[in-house]
Design a protein around this ligand. Structure first.
Ligand code: NAP
Length: 304
């Protein structure tokens, strides 16, 4: 049996692991794909303290993973398919094995939302993408569109502009949600054009994306943009389905937590993007991880 099972190996889960490993608690981190989570798909992280010169998401994630390993964390690549938190010993089921622990820390993050307009599903992987860092290089000297106006969309647009001939940002309002510094960078980039007050009506093509049909929400007019790629950044969906109701969720399926990162189930903590919170960043994820690890250590001392 493990002391701690951490579900998810993004910055929140890795930081929790660094702290629990360092506290000599037997820790297992279960990650579905590769460690690093959403941060590992981010091109540039320049708002994490100590990396002011800029650092790529994958590089920062690799360093966190190495640090967690240094402190003795075990890693498993598997998909968590279910949990049983009804007893004092918690059970975590994956597609391969079942694990038991005294504490579970949920750090399963969030994934990019889909909107479901015609063509989105059909052209996913054939021009429609949810990861600029992964796919930008396929669009060298080609026009692309980004959908959304938040930090993710604008960061992606700036990154894509290094490859693409032109980047249209399709945003449903007349102002961006993204932070000012990202807005300034986007406005100063001659390759980036914001298509204001607009939503995607349909993506069309034959084998791959050829046009995106855009609807102006103010006058209802439809127009076609010739693009080879469409990058979707319209917010997040928390990864909580696998919990099957084992912890309380809010109306948007995020996990509400106490200031000590406790869920409504004793011995089960939640951290990072999967929790109901104001700010989803690497720095807040790391802070959550450290707090949960410390609280979990206290829980184990008091209960086992
Ligand atoms: P977000 O902040 O929720 O932004 C989602 C964007 O999609 C908004 O502009 C929203 O428009 C638009 N949108 C939502 N539903 C839509 C719909 N049905 N049709 C058209 N547009 C729609 O999500 P995010 O950008 O993925 O960011 C998530 C979190 O990660 C945030 O806390 C963000 O700060 C953080 N993050 C930070 C950084 C960074 O610091 N560099 C980078 C990435 C992410 P409205 O604006 O009109 O609502």
């Amino acid at each position: 049996m493990y002391d701690i099972i951490i579900i998810g190996g993004g910055p929140a889960g890795l930081t929790a692991g660094i702290y629990t490993g360092r506290a000599k608690l037997k820790t297992l981190i279960i990650e579905q794909l590769a460690a690093g989570g959403q941060a590992a798909t981010t091109d540039l992280i320049d708002n994490y303290p100590g990396v002011a010169e800029g650092c790529t998401g994958p590089a920062l994630s690799d360093r966190m993973e190495e640090q967690a390993k240094t402190f003795g964390c075990e890693f498993k690549l598997a998909e968590v398919t279910g949990v049983d938190f009804s007893g004092k010993e918690k059970i975590v089921r994956t597609d391969r094995e079942e694990f038991k622990s005294k504490v579970v820390i949920i750090a399963s993050g969030a994934t990019y939302r889909k909107l479901g307009f015609p063509g989105e599903e059909e052209f996913t992987g054939r021009g429609v993408s949810y990861c600029a860092t992964c796919d930008a290089a396929f669009f060298e000297e080609l026009p692309v569109a980004v959908v959304g106006g938040g930090d993710s969309a604008i960061s992606a647009a700036i990154f894509l502009a290094k490859f693409a001939s032109r980047v249209f940002v399709i945003h449903r309002r007349d102002e961006l949600r993204a932070t000012k510094i990202l807005q300034d960078r986007a406005f100063a980039n001659p390759k980036i054009e914001i298509v204001w007050d607009s939503v995607v009506d349909e993506i069309r093509g034959t084998d791959t994306v050829e046009t995106v049909r855009v609807k102006n929400v103010k006058d209802g007019k439809l127009s076609d943009l010739a693009v080879d790629g469409v990058f979707m950044y319209v917010g997040l969906t928390p990864n909580t389905e696998f919990l099957g109701g084992a912890v309380k969720l809010d109306s948007q399926n995020y996990i509400p937590v106490t200031p000590n990162m406790e869920t409504n189930v004793p011995g089960v903590f939640a951290i990072g993007d999967v929790t109901a919170k104001l700010l989803r960043q690497v720095v807040t994820a790391a802070g959550d991880g450290a707090t949960a690890a410390f609280a979990a250590e206290h829980y184990i001392n008091d209960n086992f």
